[in-house]
Design a protein around this ligand. Structure first.
Ligand code: ZN
Ligand code: ZN
Length: 244
């Protein structure tokens, strides 16, 4: 059993805000790039669910969905979101040109090359899915995720429905009572979102209230405010993830 529903809301908000503050100060600045990615790579679509879906019963205005971008644009955003500045160019060359790379992030290369080879098929499936993590429907049935760079890739594809992990957040996720994402990425996601629904039920948050638990604009007020609030993967990720 996971512990999200039993945590006080104030504590969750504080933890998320701290994650944003540290990220805005750090070298990788994912919080900056996530804000940019929302403008360039995603669209906010009107909620397509039936009236009996949990999201509809909780006043869901819509979901984030990847736009019809090409693989190169996806890769640029991937590098900015998940790869430290110093390694970005070399990973890009390794993916696109097959140049050797032996650094810490080498596990990103194979999944990204696979994605490039299957881009139009996967993009079609991603856009067809059109649900959010709070929907009653099962999380998107992606291939088994074997490492954290593959998990980040799938989260970026389904930014509103799949939560990524890294070494430290994986430890925190397990200690909080959720499945190990390297053993069963989808089970971890199912249980995290089930508990996010429980948290919302306990406090009457609704979909918009859940998205507002993450508020990067409180850290940097001049930022662009995304139309639907934050993607759900961001909210859950930051409960467990904090940059160094
Ligand atoms: Zn919805
Ligand atoms: Zn729904």
């Amino acid at each position: 059993m996971g512990d999200i529903p039993s945590r006080p809301l104030d504590e969750i908000r504080r933890v998320i805000q701290k994650s944003n503050e540290r990220s805005a100060e750090g070298s990788q600045k994912y919080v900056v790039w996530e804000n940019r990615a929302l403008r360039t790579d995603y669209e906010f679509i009107k909620c397509p669910c039936a009236d009996d879906c949990w999201c509809r019963r909780n006043a869901c205005p819509g979901h984030y969905r990847l736009k019809e971008i090409n693989f190169e644009a996806f890769l640029e955003t991937y590098l900015k979101l998940w790869i430290p500045p110093k390694a970005r160019e070399r990973i890009k060359e390794a993916v696109l040109e097959g140049t050797p790379f032996g650094g810490r992030q080498r596990n990103a290369i194979k999944p990204l090359q696979w994605l490039q080879a299957n881009w139009s098929n996967i993009l079609g499936k991603v856009r067809e899915y059109n649900k959010c993590g709070l929907c009653d429907s099962p999380v998107p049935a992606v291939a088994q995720v074997s490492n954290l760079y593959e998990g980040k890739m799938w989260s970026q594809l389904f930014y509103d429905s799949l939560v990524p992990f890294d070494t430290r957040s994986r430890g925190r996720i397990k200690r909080a009572g959720y499945p190990d994402p390297t053993r069963d990425f989808l089970a971890m996601n199912r249980e995290l979102f089930r508990d996010l629904r429980k948290l919302s039920d306990a406090h009457g948050l609704g979909v918009s209230g859940v998205r507002q638990l993450d508020s990067p604009c409180a850290v940097v007020p001049q930022w662009w405010e995304p139309p639907g609030g934050q993607p759900l993967s961001r909210v859950v990720d930051k409960i467990f993830y904090s940059p160094d």
